[in-house]
Ligand binder design. Structure first.
Ligand code: HEM
Length: 429
């Protein structure tokens, strides 16, 4: 097959160089990236959850990762949001999201992503290894959603439709002035990268094999969105005093979540659990895959990213696409002078607010806990039954979303949780 498909031949040549020692100067991170890219032709394992933890599961590390996430909940939520927005530059992630028609308007995006926030929070607070625990049911539910979407999108009759999703499928365009030209102008200052060309394009006609939606690489790409900027820049997301053990635990946690969502070990972004190697991979991935992708940011990207931010503004008042993007650019070192120049005063003010809180004030011990409590409170208003926080003025309450309160269990049952996670590891060993 590699003989016919230019994409696979190029990967094969990179691999053979690797095997024959022609890449002595290639870093381990580069080799890992090439390996991850091979996952583009391998579908994700769906269906039922594995019943035993993987042999490499380490309960102590896992809990350390959960505790780290709980302590820095506000910063971690911000990191997840900004990363989600940037992940939308990839057509491989964007097209499925446009196709499912669940996040292209403000209200739909609000419901869709509050769902994501609640599920991920359930994994941080709950016990994903314990049968019938809400956190485990949540993982099973997300697997089923992925399974359903994957079956739909990879169906021969629908695949073309997904490949060809465009602005016309995104509903009514938003009125806001477009920032795309400024964003692209800034991005032109970046060097291009050959690896970007190794990402398969859904609609490319020269492919022998049709594009596999929900492939192993897309999942690893999403894992980067959950761990990448936190591992590289914890101090920009309120985790000023994060220790190496905290970050290793966080990486291990996401390695386990990847496993539970059907990622094979060799394609798991967090495989190996090694903090230094994961950092190198994140840095490499950011420079080679994420940053250059902004050169080709599309109108669909801008629309869907705006929808994410506008939806989130219903429970994080003041947040906007512009302020989130500017913050991301500031953290990762993306050129954004034109972009920032075209922001309104209120967007600029919110951007400075994010910098002040998460990069400066969180140096003061305890501040991140206050902001984490506030973040949990505002999400709780959306998720919990209407009687919750009855004293809170009704006119200040965001719209509520039903069906999520079963997963919104913010009190980790410390001892029970530890015991069950440890026992399962022992059983699985
Ligand atoms: C580490 C990887 C991933 C995690 C942790 C994750 C997490 C989630 C969560 C929590 C939900 C439930 C949202 C809700 O309740 O509405 C969800 C749904 C969904 N995810 Fe993922 N996801 C991952 C990878 C992906 C990838 C790679 C794609 C696309 C290629 C994708 C596309 C979807 C779709 C289509 C849904 C159903 C809801 C919709 O149509 O928007 N996910 N995911």
């Amino acid at each position: 097959m590699a003989d016919h498909c230019p994409y696979l031949s190029k990967l094969a040549s990179l691999n053979s160089e690797k095997t024959h020692g022609g890449t002595a100067n290639k870093s381990v991170a580069e080799e890992r990236l090439v390996q991850l890219l091979e996952g583009q032709t391998v579908p994700v394992q769906m269906g039922n959850l594995p019943t035993v933890p993987p042999p490499w599961y380490n309960p102590v590390k896992f809990q350390r990762g959960q505790e780290f996430a709980r302590r820095h909940f506000a910063g971690i939520s911000l990191a997840h949001f900004v990363s989600l927005i940037t992940m939308l530059t990839s057509p491989q992630i964007l097209k499925p999201l446009i196709f499912t028609q669940k996040s292209e308007t403000v209200l739909k995006s609000f419901k869709r992503y509050i769902g994501t926030v609640v599920h991920v929070t359930a994994w941080y607070f709950g016990d994903v290894w314990q049968k019938d625990h809400p956190a485990r049911r949540s993982i099973q539910m997300v697997r089923s959603m992925h399974d359903h979407a994957s079956t739909q999108m990879n169906h021969p009759e629908r695949r073309r439709q997904v490949d060809n999703t465009a602005m016309a499928d995104c509903g009514q365009p938003f009125d806001d002035p477009s920032m795309l030209a400024s964003l692209q102008m800034d991005a032109q200052k970046l060097a291009g990268c050959p690896y970007v060309g190794l990402r398969r394009q859904p609609a490319s006609n020269d492919q022998e094999e049709p594009y596999v939606y929900f492939n192993q690489f897309d999942m690893a790409d999403s894992q980067f969105a959950f761990v990448g900027v936190l591992v590289l820049f914890p101090h920009k997301f309120g985790a000023t005093y994060a220790s190496d053990d905290d970050l290793s635990g966080f990486i291990h946690f996401w390695r386990c979540i990847g496993y539970l969502l059907g990622i094979e070990d060799r394609f798991n972004f967090c495989d190996g659990d090694n903090l230094d190697l994961t950092r190198d991979l994140c840095r490499h991935y950011l420079d080679k895959m994420i940053k250059p992708a902004f050169k080709d940011a599309s109108v669909e990207f801008e629309h869907m990213a705006r929808a994410v931010a506008k939806g989130a503004s219903l429970y994080y008042p003041g947040v906007s696409f512009e302020s989130l993007f500017a913050y991301y650019a500031n953290v990762v070192g993306l050129p954004a002078a034109n972009f920032i120049h075209h922001m309104s005063y209120s967007q600029w003010f919110y951007y400075l607010y994010l910098r002040l809180v998460f990069s400066v004030l969180c140096w003061i011990p305890g501040v991140i806990r206050v902001f984490s409590g506030m973040t949990q409170f505002s999400i709780g208003l959306v998720v919990a039954r209407s009687s919750t926080a009855g004293w809170w003025p009704k006119s200040w309450k965001p719209p509520q979303v039903g069906g999520l309160d079963v997963f919104w269990t913010l009190k980790p049952r410390a001892e029970g949780l530890k015991n069950s996670q440890t026992n399962l590891a022992l059983n699985g060993a």
